[in-house]
Design a protein around this ligand. Structure first.
Ligand SMILES: Nc1ncnc2c1ncn2[C@@H]1O[C@H](COP(=O)(O)OP(=O)(O)OP(=O)(O)O)[C@@H](O)[C@H]1O
Ligand SMILES: [Mg+2]
Length: 560
């Protein structure tokens, strides 16, 4: 509930007050009109033109007010949704990777779309309905008792029964809706997973398995939706029956009162309106409770992201890399098991470093730590003698360029993908491409550098994707370059060509190259061999060959 309040706090006080005043006026007009209609009927033989003019003015006023309030609500609630989407999105960009390791993509998507939608429904209905309901309830009660005690009592006696039935049903509806919201999240996340992995699913021939998996959640969502919708549609017929019963009572008792000369016919007509107006707020508020319930569930999920605490370090030191990178006794675990144990090494500026080791030994993890994607559990990482924790993240990442194992290209032309955000001329880009041999494939494409890459980069090969990523990294012109299996998908000949080009392009840079193919890293100043999260050897090629240890073994195996 608190989070719902918080959503309304996005609205300015003045707006809320204006809405309240407008709603009060419009509701009061609504409450008085049946009385005037009753009076007009009672005075049908006399001059009722004045009453009719008043009625006309009231109707027009009500129409104008409703147009104004609707416009305010639409504009203000869209503004709030815009703000919420912006806040969630900004936060997502700042969240640490650990957050995404734990929360799946589909669910986050669902928050940005479905949950925001639910809040929209709530915002556009809640304020006005609640205020109008309260005022109608009070106003109608006063008017009825002012007109006739007995008829008022009849209307009021039917209310508790009505209230119990409606509120019991609303609670049920509410529960179903909460459940349906959660299931919808699951469904979105499953859909997202299947759609983005469609190719893999087809290759492993597991369409049936995934269809069944999807079907299960789809079925669950269907059942919950049927229940929740059936219950909420039942509200209306029950409402009608209860209304009709009370109308019969009012007409019956009313006509006795008319015969006895206690009231006039107009009052019966007015009372019929009042009776339904009296119950309306109860149904309204009861049915709103599901909208509110969904909005609360949605807002909880939204604010969970917005409020996610990001550890801020006050010592946001700028980095202008000059000296060295030092790992001192670094230990790290993603979850429970230590992935890196006692990692110790130094990289001097402008050195060419290679990290090698078996799959899963922790090479990519070392690179991630250097980029501060994760926090280390013990030990220290120092860059130019500054603790990495004290370095401003943005400044750190400006100093480092990385080509990841898994590359991601954006929807756009090759040129855009290479440049993105960096001020560099087309000529310069083409020059770099030539140096590492990428121009050969790019120029063969129909539109050359202006060829558009699909959103999932399915129209270029993996090796080509890697080439583009390497160029993108060079174009950024960082002081430290990390290549994590950056050429694993290109053929040996092309790879050789790339590394020849890179030698020149990385001349004045510090580089860390992670590779499985040892031929590419033979020339490194220092080769770090890791096994199961531990460094087992450090040295240049000649030294490690002489050592006749793991490196020697690996090297010989590859060149057998
Ligand atoms: N986000 C993560 N959450 C939990 N565990 C992870 C995560 N990323 C990697 N790991 C685990 O950490 C270990 C080291 O992974 P890492 O990616 O550093 O290996 P690698 O040496 O780069 O292997 P490869 O040669 O296959 O790229 C692996 O056992 C992996 O399962
Ligand atoms: Mg790796």
């Amino acid at each position: 509930m608190n989070n719902l309040k918080r959503i309304f706090s996005y609205m300015k006080k003045n707006t809320i007050i204006t809405l309240i005043i407008l709603t009060i006026i419009s509701t009061l007009i609504g409450v008085i009109t049946p009385y005037i209609i009753g009076k007009a009927i009672d005075n049908i033989n006399k001059n009722i033109i004045n009453l009719l003019i008043v009625l006309l003015i009231f109707y027009i006023m009500k129409l104008i007010i409703s147009i104004i309030t609707n416009n305010i609500v639409i504009i203000k609630s869209q503004n709030i949704l815009y703000e919420l989407r912006k806040e969630v999105f900004n936060k997502l960009e700042q969240l640490p990777l650990t957050y995404f390791d734990k929360n799946d993509k589909g669910n986050i998507m669902s928050i940005l779309t479905n949950d925001i939608d639910k809040i929209n429904d709530c915002l556009s209905e809640v304020i006005i309905t609640i205020i109008a309901s309260i005022i109608t309830f009070i106003g109608v009660t006063i008017m009825m008792f002012y007109m006739n005690f007995i008829l008022s009592s009849i209307v009021i006696i039917t209310v508790p029964l009505f209230f119990i039935i409606i509120s019991k049903m609303s609670k049920k509806i509410n529960d179903y809706f909460m459940e349906s919201q959660n299931t919808l999240g699951e469904l979105t996340s499953e859909t997202e997973e299947i759609v983005s992995n469609l190719k893999t699913i087809k290759t492993i021939n597991k369409e049936k398995y995934f269809i069944r998996k999807f079907d299960k959640i789809n079925e669950k969502y269907k059942k919950i939706s049927i229940n929740s919708n059936m219950y909420s549609y039942l509200l209306l017929p029950i409402n009608i029956i209860l209304n009709n019963l009370s109308n019969i009572l009012i007409i019956g008792v009313g006509s006795i009162l008319v015969v006895k000369g206690k009231i006039e016919i107009g009052s019966i007509i007015a009372f019929l309106s009042y009776a339904s107006m009296f119950r309306e707020p109860i149904t309204e508020v009861a049915s709103l409770s599901s909208t509110i319930g969904e909005a609360i569930a949605g807002s909880n999920r939204i604010f969970e992201i917005i409020d996610y605490k990001i550890e801020k370090n006050k010592n946001n030191k700028k980095l202008d890399f000059k000296k060295n990178i030092v790992f001192k006794n670094v230990k790290f675990k993603y979850d429970k098991k230590y992935i890196l144990k006692n990692i110790d090494f130094e990289i001097k500026a402008k050195e060419k470093i290679a990290i090698i080791g078996q799959t899963g030994s922790g090479k990519t993890t070392i690179a991630s730590l250097l980029l501060k994607f994760y926090k280390i559990n013990s030990g220290k990482i120092l860059i130019d003698n500054i603790d990495i924790n004290d370095i401003d993240i943005k400044s750190l990442r400006e100093n480092i360029g990385i080509v990841l194992q898994e590359n991601y290209l954006f929807n756009g032309t090759i040129m855009e993908n290479i440049k993105y955000g960096n001020k560099i001329s087309d000529e310069k880009v083409i020059e770099i491409c030539k140096k590492i041999g990428a121009n050969r494939f790019i120029e063969k494409l129909e539109n050359g550098y202006n060829t558009v890459i699909d959103y999932d980069a399915s129209n270029i090969s993996n090796g080509e994707k890697q080439l583009i990523s390497i160029i993108r990294c060079i174009v950024k012109n960082p002081k430290i370059v990390i290549l994590d299996e950056a050429t694993s998908d290109v053929d040996l000949k092309t790879e050789k060509y790339i590394y020849q080009g890179l030698q020149e392009l990385l001349k004045n840079k510090t580089s860390i190259i992670i590779a499985h193919r040892l031929s590419t890293i033979k020339n490194a100043d220092k080769i770090i061999v890791i096994e199961k999260g531990k460094i087992i050897e450090i040295g240049n090629h000649n030294k490690l060959i002489k050592n006749k240890n793991k490196y020697y073994e690996l090297y010989n195996k590859q060149f057998e």
